[in-house]
Design a binder for this molecule. Structure first.
Ligand code: NAG
Ligand code: NAG
Ligand code: NAG
Length: 142
């Protein structure tokens, strides 16, 4: 149970720096660089598809890609096409000390933008039990 406690505190720390109900909106590619200890990580991305305060940001216009280094996690993703609150989870073996998570708006719309509400990065050994939804970096369920 100590391991689960560590996972909870790691989660709380990351969510505190990127609050849930506030969206970060990107109109140009943006990269978060997280210092990490190299190992297999779960990366969870949280999306709340709302129309954010600026009327220019209509969520149905939001198509974007998310990648970690050369690995594409989401390609031309539109959060509205699924459900209301979305969690996307990926399992990625990180071999470097930096995890670069890049959001790239797609140019399919006149005013492309990307958004994110929360990012969570957890070392796999800290997760008890294993989550039921498990995506590899290619986006396939495995
Ligand atoms: C991650 O990659 C490293 C280097 O490629 C490898 O040695 C290690 O076994 C991998 N770990 C997992 C959990 O897949
Ligand atoms: C966002 O605004 C557009 C345009 O006003 C509207 O059609 C759409 O239903 C709104 N979507 C949400 C999730 O509120
Ligand atoms: C992450 O991005 C920084 C800044 O662009 C770069 O210096 C670093 O090499 C990148 N690391 C990885 C593992 O991609």
């Amino acid at each position: 149970m100590a391991a689960a406690g560590r996972a909870m505190s790691a989660r709380a720390m990351l969510l505190a720096s990127i609050p849930y109900m506030t969206a970060r909106i990107f109109q140009i590619p943006y990269t978060y660089s997280f210092p990490v200890i190299p190992d297999r990580k779960f990366v969870r991305l949280y999306f709340y598809p709302l129309n954010y305060t600026n009327p220019n940001f209509v969520v149905s216009d939001s198509f974007f890609s998310v990648s970690i280094g050369p690995h594409t996690l989401l390609n031309n993703f539109n959060p509205l096409l699924t459900t209301q609150a979305i969690t996307k989870e990926f399992s990625i073996n990180i071999s470097t000390n930096t995890l670069n998570l890049t959001f790239t708006p797609s140019s399919v719309k006149n005013k492309p933008f990307a958004f994110i509400n929360g990012i969570e990065i957890v070392s796999t050994p800290q997760i008890l039990p294993m989550p039921s939804t498990h995506f590899s970096w290619s986006g396939r369920r495995d």
